[in-house]
Design a binder for this molecule. Structure first.
Ligand SMILES: NC(=O)c1ccc[n+]([C@@H]2O[C@H](COP(=O)([O-])OP(=O)(O)OC[C@H]3O[C@@H](n4cnc5c(N)ncnc54)[C@H](OP(=O)(O)O)[C@@H]3O)[C@@H](O)[C@H]2O)c1
Length: 331
């Protein structure tokens, strides 16, 4: 039997957006624990840039993409939570979602509620599950209570806009940073209690002023190199520094004694993929995300759409800080 073919975005070596090209490959049949999904929309994420550029080294050739939504076409042995014809969405390893259809592990693939459109589903799984674990599981030792201040960088981005709304729903006072006044206003409109344009303002000084000199309980920092030092200055004693990305470049090595000098600070480097290592855990986090979206407390902003064949332009725009909210590729 001839396997159907699919378009897929592949790189043969790490580099710039020009390395990405569309290849035709067989889709294949799902083996045990796998499904075949036909995408209706594909999520674009900053991790795709790290994988493409080689910051996160992976074997070559490499098919990119960690997020998508579509319809289940075939189900392998032992998969009981999905049926042929189900609408589904996922954030999952291994990469390879930039394609029309793929065979992949079923563990992280979740049924998509009817009320959530494919584009939203494709835009919200990796980013929304990240906001979920950040706000619900990355807490200081004393926990987080309504009214507490947290600082969230890149607040108008894909993860950022979800986090702003979810933090508001939890009663937190999220201070959001963003790279333009327009982005700041968008973050504010989506629930940030305070906003700072970190291209024009000293964000550590503003955070101190906003919090009456006390500092925040948690900093959620995905910008990395450019914000690391000043972020530590924003924390209250025993505060938690959550570093979870490197949009401006990786954080350089630092001396632990710095953390003592800044007030016995806790530091953690988190990744979603430590949180979704089982079907049960993935589904529990996804159910929490689906509920907050279904309630209307969190809206998924799909602000940019590109046909799959324009994936190079989509990457250029994300890297140039020209996007807001989420971006999807349409196969
Ligand atoms: N560890 C995890 O589990 C995990 C999971 C998901 C995402 N992440 C991380 O979370 C961040 C957000 O991901 P996303 O996909 O939603 O992307 P995004 O926030 O939509 O885009 C990244 C944003 O970072 C800001 N930024 C600051 N300095 C930058 C620079 N030098 N170059 C490019 N961007 C810069 C830009 O916003 P401004 O113009 O407003 O500064 C840009 O829009 C990324 O760092 C990503 O790696 C981590």
């Amino acid at each position: 039997m001839n396997s159907p073919m699919t378009r897929a975005v592949q790189i043969d070596q790490p580099g710039g957006p020009e390395q990405m090209r569309i290849v035709q490959v067989p889709v294949g049949e799902p083996g045990p624990g796998e499904v075949r999904i036909r995408h209706h929309a594909i999520g674009l994420n900053f991790i795709d840039v790290y994988q493409r550029s080689g910051l996160y080294p992976l074997p070559m050739p490499l098919r990119l993409g960690m997020e998508g939504a579509g319809v289940i076409e075939a189900v392998g042995e032992g998969v009981s939570h999905l049926r042929v014809g189900d609408r589904a969405a996922y954030a999952s390893q291994p990469p390879g979602s930039y394609c029309d259809a793929r065979v992949m592990p079923a563990m992280n693939v979740c049924r998509l509620p009817d009320a959530i459109a494919f584009e939203e589903g494709a835009a919200m799984m990796l980013k929304g599950l990240t906001a979920q674990y950040l706000l619900k599981h990355c807490k200081p030792v004393e926990g987080l209570q309504p009214g507490d201040f947290v600082l969230f960088h890149a607040a108008a981005g894909g993860v950022g806009l979800i986090a702003c709304q979810w933090a508001r729903a939890l009663g937190l006072q999220l201070i959001g940073t963003a790279g333009s006044d327009e982005k700041c206003e968008l973050a504010r409109a989506n629930g940030a209690a305070h906003v700072i344009n970190y291209r024009t303002e000293d964000f550590a000084a503003r955070v101190k002023a906003i919090t009456g000199g006390k500092g925040v309980k948690v900093v959620y920092d995905s910008v990395g190199k450019d914000t690391w030092d000043a972020s530590l200055d924003c924390l209250a004693p025993f505060g938690l520094m959550v570093t979870f990305g490197n949009a401006s470049g990786p954080v350089p090595p630092f001396a632990p004694a710095v953390l003592a000098a800044k007030g016995s600070i806790y530091v953690t480097r988190q990744t979603l993929f430590s949180h979704i290592t089982s079907r049960e855990r993935t589904q529990a986090m996804a159910d929490d995300l689906f509920a907050v979206v279904a309630s209307g407390q969190v809206k998924i902003h799909v602000a940019q759409r590109y046909p799959l064949e324009q994936v190079q332009a989509a990457h250029r725009s994300l890297e140039a800080r020209q996007t807001i909210g989420s971006t999807v590729l349409i196969p």
